[in-house]
Design a protein around this ligand. Structure first.
Ligand SMILES: [Mg+2]
Length: 232
């Protein structure tokens, strides 16, 4: 069994995302206060996020697209507070730039650099992270997200698309991620080898476990070496 490629989830696998998202939401809120004050008077940052959840429930056709959900939520907030003209693109840009101000965990770049000498590396994300803004785009042979593919993990399309683009069979790819459902269940159902990144020492929530569990990416090299020599 030879692994040829490794695909990585991004948010909470290569960097911690929620403090960054919360900061981005606060910066957007401040931006709105200066331009469309009735919106932040009516909605807290958290309520704006929850509005995106309402949009998701009402419009399943864009449920996989976090950018569209955020924009539609902002449009809805503007409508509900009586703004007939609203620059949603500029508002979203404030959020988007701040949302990409993530700091990869210390071991990420050196580990990816070593792995890239031996494996084809890809990223599979349900979010709207921009690897160019983050400065890791040079590490990946290809990057897919739910917006481009039209479906989010754990659904099969993103996993199928990476097989098609790399001309590999699912069992030749290991998928690495923090989310038990999106990454482990999704990857497993697609026929990938799976690695659960469990940085916080959580207990497994139930269901079939990943093929391997690691506390950070440095442990991935030992897992792959064991698989290659057949000792896993
Ligand atoms: Mg994740």
């Amino acid at each position: 069994m030879m692994i040829k490629a490794i695909t990585f989830d991004l948010d909470d696998t290569l960097w911690e995302v929620w403090p960054v998202v919360e900061r981005a939401e606060r910066l957007l809120h401040d931006w709105l206060a200066a331009r469309y004050p009735r919106i932040p008077e009516r909605f807290t940052p958290l309520e704006l996020r929850e509005l995106a959840g309402e949009v998701r429930a009402a419009r399943p056709e864009i449920a996989h697209d976090r950018t569209a959900l955020r924009k539609e939520a902002l449009n809805l907030a503007a409508t509900r507070t009586g703004y007939r003209e609203f620059d949603v693109e500029s508002a979203f840009a404030v959020f988007f730039v701040a949302r990409n101000a993530v700091e990869p965990f210390a071991e990420v770049r050196p580990t990816l650099e070593r792995l890239a000498r031996r494996y084809t590396l890809g990223s599979l994300s349900n979010g709207n992270a921009d690897l160019r803004l983050i400065g890791l785009d040079d590490m990946f042979h290809l990057s897919l997200n739910a917006i481009d593919v039209g479906a989010a993990k754990p659904e099969p399309p993103m996993f199928e698309e990476v097989c098609r683009l790399l001309r590999l069979r699912p069992h030749q790819i290991a998928h690495v991620g923090d989310d038990p459902e999106h990454d482990v269940e999704g990857g497993r159902n697609a026929g990938f080898r799976t690695v659960w990144v469990n940085r916080a020492g959580r207990s497994w929530p139930g269901g079939p476990r990943a093929d391997a569990e690691i506390g950070d990416l440095r442990e991935l090299e030992a897992v792959l070496a064991a698989w290659e020599t057949g000792f896993a």
